[in-house]
Design a protein around this ligand. Structure first.
Ligand SMILES: Cc1cc2nc3c(=O)[nH]c(=O)nc-3n(C[C@H](O)[C@H](O)[C@H](O)COP(=O)(O)O)c2cc1C
Length: 375
């Protein structure tokens, strides 16, 4: 296979290590409260914002759209747009706001995004995207990356996607996040577009083989550590990918991020990080929850993203219901701990009337675990 290389030494990617594991941009899901929560679970991963359009950034309420806490870093800002000058201006605002990367959305298939002539339909306009990437790169010092699909409608052969990547590579783009499905622009909803077009991870490996100097992060349908490691390992004479990006699995069962972090950073994790538990993140989550409540953020606006923490564990339903209602994490945990110890989540109502001494014993258990995890 023809290899596309550049004679110039590429700038080292400051996010190369974090890129091994990232959480996908997801509209209405990966807001700052969701990202803070994911950060507690995956201290080294790269987190993405929801897509924000250039129009919103240039003319909207920037604080509301862009503010985030430093504890979430590294965070990449995903932009939606197609006009190079606007993208460059929005990228500069993002850099000034403290984001660590600017990512351009070339994968969203929604009707609304198509009407705005951006998202996945940009894959048909490699010259325009190359121009936009070059303009953004000229405007900022942080990495500018592109997230895209492997094809659009019936343009789904390797040559089509390789031409797209080649054009962006020539414009200086070195990081490609590839959702390994085609986008079907007519007839499928965005949700169907994440399920129906077949996953073809092999195409992403072929891209990595053709552009060895570029970084390729694979995305789509990843649900387990084994699958993720498989994508990152060489196979069938093709190289492994540089990283994996998880979307829905990370949202619904966030502890998968902890398991992946343990594996990907096994050599450098401390014993405390390796042994961390779901309960151990609760004090930090509670502190964040209390601080945000004081700033007027409704509990529900945060808790709705935290519902998956105990996925598959005893008492998970109990946690999910109460955290989604905006209850405090520690208060639920006290009740949840009782449910767990009695192997009966349905006892939650009774556990609320347990004597204070029992609550103290749960607290002290939690404190001991937390101290252990901080050691
Ligand atoms: C609710 C939801 C919202 C999404 N919003 C975006 C978005 O704003 N930008 C984007 O590039 N992809 C978006 N996606 C697609 C994901 O980033 C990801 O590519 C896709 O879900 C496939 O990964 P997964 O199988 O790990 O979920 C969204 C996905 C979901 C489920």
């Amino acid at each position: 296979m023809l290899q596309h290389t550049s004679p110039a030494t590429p700038c080292p990617d400051p996010l190369a290590d974090a890129r091994r594991l990232s959480v996908a941009p997801m509209m209405d899901w990966t807001d700052r409260h969701c990202r803070f929560f994911h950060r507690l679970i995956a201290p080294r991963a790269l987190l993405y914002t929801e897509m924000i359009t250039t129009g919103a950034i240039l003319h909207g309420d920037r604080s509301r759209l862009l503010d985030f806490s430093q504890a979430e870093q590294p965070v990449a800002l995903q932009l939606g747009g197609s006009e190079p000058n606007d993208l460059a201006r929005a990228a500069r605002v993002g850099e000034e706001w403290g984001y660590s990367e600017i990512n351009l959305n070339c994968g969203c298939p929604s009707e609304r995004v198509q009407q705005g002539a951006f998202g996945a339909c940009l894959m048909r306009e490699p010259d325009l995207v190359a121009h936009a990437v070059a303009a953004m790169q000229a405007a900022v010092k942080i990495p500018v990356t592109v997230k895209h699909r492997i094809g659009v409608d019936d343009q789904d052969d390797f040559e089509f996607i390789a031409r797209f990547v080649e054009r962006l590579f020539a414009a200086g783009c070195r990081v490609f996040i590839v959702h390994a499905r085609s986008a079907i622009l007519k007839g499928l909803s965005p949700k169907e577009n994440r399920e129906i077009p077949p996953l073809r991870g092999q195409i992403v490996r072929q891209l990595k083989a053709a552009f060895p100097q570029a970084t390729f992060v694979g995305n789509g349908g990843l649900k387990s550590t084994e699958q993720a490691l498989e994508w990152m390992s060489p196979s069938d004479d093709l190289p492994g990918l540089d990283g994996v990006m998880l979307g829905r699995a990370a949202y619904h069962d966030p502890w998968i991020l902890q398991r992946l972090s343990q594996t990907l950073w096994a050599e450098t994790n401390t014993a405390a990080q390796a042994g961390t538990t779901r309960e151990a993140i609760l004090p930090a989550l509670e502190a964040y929850f209390e601080a945000q409540l004081k700033r007027g953020v409704p509990g529900k606006a945060m808790g709705r993203h935290w519902h998956g923490l105990f996925h598959g564990q005893p008492g998970a339903r109990h946690w999910r219901r109460e955290i989604s209602e905006g209850e405090s994490p520690m208060a639920i945990w006290r009740r949840y701990a009782f449910a767990e110890s009695q192997f009966a989540p349905a006892t939650s109502i009774e556990s609320r009337s347990q004597p204070a001494a029992s609550h103290r014993s749960v607290d002290s258990r939690l404190t001991t675990r937390t101290r252990a995890s901080q050691a």
